[in-house]
Design a protein around this ligand. Structure first.
Ligand code: ATP
Ligand code: MG
Length: 255
């Protein structure tokens, strides 16, 4: 079977505020892979994800997602294939947004109230709220929900249009440990489905790297320090070098 390339970044350089924040970066992902991304604060992880969603443009190099080249394809077309969870989506969601609208807004990558929800979209909203055990939240307002419930809604929003690629930028950062573990189960269930999208997740936490993440990308100072198979990416000496500490021990959960 032909390997399908999902993300293809070639020779990417990004400048922000006059500084180079991603430098000469190459990265390719293929269908069947799920990637975690780790690196110190400021190493360029969020910049990389924003590039993949077209929220930011590369100063040099080429971005391709599912064979569509950025700069050629339209942004609405590109975003039809991607789902996104990032801290700014929670901040930008008006608290008075009904949950049903919050989820529906993923259809066109908007955030907040959604104009006219078609019957097909309504079914998809219900399906994803059911998946996360949140059927009862449909008529509630986003701002009334706990952080765990808000994450489920934002995840449902990221999945409502059945994207082929889902990018999660530190999705669990606000959750207590119990809520985090419960979210792991949902994510694993999702990743094990036959029609699962490719997951790319940025995290600072070793335990977020669930077994289905079979590939890892380690960034340091805007450059790729390592890209490849999970076990090699998680080698303690390698992780320690990337995050800038002396060593990572088995007892240490948070790296
Ligand atoms: N809007 C911006 N304008 C100018 N520089 C920016 C902007 N956003 C980020 N940067 C800079 O780009 C670099 C990479 O930032 P980025 O947010 O991608 O890092 P990160 O790896 O996601 O960090 P963190 O772990 O803190 O989320 C940093 O030096 C940061 O200061
Ligand atoms: Mg970030």
């Amino acid at each position: 079977m032909k390997e399908t390339i999902v993300i293809n970044l070639s020779r990417i350089t990004v400048r922000r505020g006059g500084r180079v924040v991603l430098k000469d970066l190459d990265w390719t992902t293929r269908r069947g892979e799920h990637w975690f991304i780790m690196g110190q604060n400021g190493s360029g992880k969020t910049t990389l994800t924003e590039l993949l969603l077209g929220y930011l443009w590369a100063s040099e190099g080429q971005v391709e997602v599912l064979g569509r080249q950025f700069g050629r394809a339209s942004l609405p077309e590109l975003r039809r294939f991607t789902g996104y969870v990032a801290p700014w989506i929670f901040r930008r969601m008006p608290p008075e947004t009904p949950v049903e609208d919050a989820v529906a807004s993923g259809w066109d990558a908007s955030v907040g109230r959604y104009g006219c929800i078609s019957p097909a979209l309504r079914r998809s909203v219900t399906r994803w709220l059911n998946f996360f055990g949140c059927r009862g939240l449909k008529k509630r307002l986003f701002g009334e929900l706990s952080s765990g419930q808000q994450l489920k809604v934002v995840l449902a929003r990221a999945l409502v249009h059945n994207p082929a690629l889902v990018i999660l930028d530190e999705p669990f950062s606000l959750l207590d440990l119990g809520a985090r573990v419960r979210m792991y189960r949902y994510l694993e269930k999702l990743a094990l489905r036959k029609d699962a999208p490719q997951f790319v997740m940025v995290t600072h936490h070793r335990e977020d790297v669930l077994p289905f993440f079979n590939q890892g990308l380690l960034l340091k100072g805007g450059k790729v320090e390592f890209a490849g198979e999970r076990t090699a990416a998680l080698a303690p000496a390698r992780i320690a070098a990337v995050i800038g500490i002396d060593k990572v021990t088995a007892e240490r959960y948070f790296v």
